[in-house]
Design a protein around this ligand. Structure first.
Ligand SMILES: *Cc1c(COP(=O)(O)O)cnc(C)c1O
Length: 495
């Protein structure tokens, strides 16, 4: 069966998976969604015997139907290899009676690696399939983790260039060092004098600029996106939820068909949307629990049906979730509107013009798969400290948002189903926040002393990604104002 994709803002036109991956964002500003969510074509018992790579093929072949078996298997083999520090790729750690799905064992120690190690291969394969002759320029706005993962994925990939924009004062020390030390002749990194939403809006504006696209085409370039608006990011993320369920089954933690809950620390709504897709493919998932930090625009949305971005942007110790415009929510809004592109377009127009929209009652009624909560900064720190003191397990700040939200959800709802928490980053990536949550006195130490101490207290080896930046040379120093992003892109491409 050939699965086609539509824009969330256009009911008419369909494109193939490879076309959707190439474009990133549709011309009308909408996001691509499959016309239907395919059902898993294997049993849970079959899944339980599969490796990560086999699971990836089983899931992804149903979404990327215009890729041949050889093409897709090739992409998967290149992505999920020894760049990951465990053969399991996404191991499950059981801590007390909860399961942490560790998605940070890839090259840049955050869950973005799960999709961004395969996206470059999906994209270059898509370019070949569609006879694209232009060089592909990846433009990416990052709240910290996407940037490095995309840089690592695309560095020196033939036929591509990558330009990453990050908020100058909105990322952790390790995150910034990881980006500005990136090697690769085709990589550029730019610090924006503004927050993540400024960077993301700027990138979206460049994508929507048709004149610029024409100019670029004449110069032999075309833009694409590595942000989670690209369907080539969403699809690989479905895999690990299917895999996690199969692992629980294999480890006899659950019986076949038993429902589990999934908790996801959420920013741009990409990761949790992948879990929603996994559920609708047939994985027995009960609640999808959306966890926010103090930027709780999504919590308010699920509580009230009103999305309102008109609020103060708060910098937190979980910076990858410091987001007020969750791009991928548009896909959910479209689906709960019964795949009504017109209705969705109206709401997105209201969001753009007024910063707020409200769901109809019918749409609200379609949100029952979800629960939502948020954790304050104090709660996040307590979660890290308490879990460490009780169990010795050290989690990062984003994962702690999810763990804290889950504890509150469990108490309030009495829902005792087994639960998987998406663990989205290694604690090493946010070592200062993690260590000072455990003991405020650690704040006196410098970054790498903190990292060495974290190794001692956690009994987990320092990952390669951190060792690499200890003495690495700074290669990227560009900065710009949010209204100068287009000019900056042009000047980079002229170099
Ligand atoms: C990107 C990121 C998130 C948020 O994921 P979304 O898919 O944007 O919701 C959470 N935690 C970490 C560590 C991240 O890098």
């Amino acid at each position: 069966m050939n699965l086609l994709y539509k824009s969330t803002r256009n009911a008419e036109k369909t494109v193939t998976a490879s076309e959707a991956i190439l474009k990133g964002l549709a011309d009308d500003g909408g996001l691509y969604v499959p016309v239907s969510i395919p059902k898993l074509d294997v049993t849970l018992d079959e899944l339980k015997e599969m490796s990560y790579q086999e699971t990836a093929y089983t899931v992804m072949k149903q979404f990327l139907t215009d890729f041949t078996e050889e093409e897709l298997k090739n992409c998967i083999a290149k992505a999920y290899d020894s760049k990951f520090d465990t053969e399991e790729i996404a191991p499950l750690a059981k801590v007390e009676d909860t399961y942490y799905l560790e998605l940070f064992h890839g090259a840049t120690i955050a869950f973005k690696d799960m999709a961004l190690s395969i996206l470059p291969h999906l994209l270059t394969t898509s370019a070949k399939k569609n006879n694209v002759k232009n060089e592909i320029v990846i433009l990416t706005a990052t709240s910290g983790d996407t940037g490095k993962a995309a840089l690592a994925g695309f560095a020196d990939v033939e036929g591509t260039k990558i330009i990453v924009f990050y908020p100058k004062n909105g990322v952790s020390k390790v995150q910034e060092l990881q980006m500005v030390t990136q090697k690769g002749a085709n990589t550029s990194v730019v610090a924006i004098h503004g927050n993540f939403d400024c960077a993301q809006s700027g990138v979206k504006a460049i994508f929507e600029n048709k004149e610029l696209a024409k100019e670029m085409d004449e110069a032999g370039y075309q833009f694409s996106s590595a942000n989670s608006i690209n369907i080539g990011r969403l699809v690989p993320q479905i895999v690990y939820y299917v895999y996690a369920y199969a692992k629980l089954l294999q480890n006899e933690e659950i019986t076949a068909g038993e429902e589990i809950n999934v908790v996801v620390p959420t920013g741009n709504f990409g990761n949790i949307l992948a879990a929603y897709f996994a559920k609708h493919m047939g994985v027995p998932i009960g609640k999808l629990i959306c966890a926010s930090n103090d930027n709780k625009v999504l919590f308010d949305f699920f509580e009230t049906g009103v999305y309102d971005r008109n609020r103060e942007f708060i910098l937190t110790i979980s910076p990858s979730m410091d987001i007020l415009i969750s791009s991928n929510l548009e896909r959910l809004v479209y689906m709960i509107a019964g795949c009504d592109a017109k209705k969705n377009s109206e709401l997105m127009k209201a969001l753009k013009e007024k910063g707020v929209y409200e769901l109809s009652d019918d749409m609200k009624a379609n949100l029952s798969d979800f629960a939502a909560g948020y954790a304050t900064e104090a709660e996040v720190k307590n979660q890290i400290a308490n879990t460490y003191k009780k169990t010795g397990y050290v989690m990062d700040t984003h994962t702690a948002v999810a763990a804290s939200v889950y504890e509150k959800y469990r108490q309030e709802s009495g829902d005792e189903r087994k639960t998987v928490i998406a663990s989205t980053a290694s604690p090493y990536k946010f070592s200062r926040s993690v260590m000072t949550a455990i003991d405020a006195n650690y704040d006196m130490m410098d970054e790498f002393d903190l990292i060495d101490t974290l190794e001692v207290i956690s009994n987990v080896d320092i990952p390669n990604a951190v060792e690499e930046i200890r003495d690495a040379k700074i290669r990227h120093t560009l900065e710009c104002d949010p209204d100068k992003m287009e000019e900056t892109v042009k000047s980079i491409l002229k170099r």
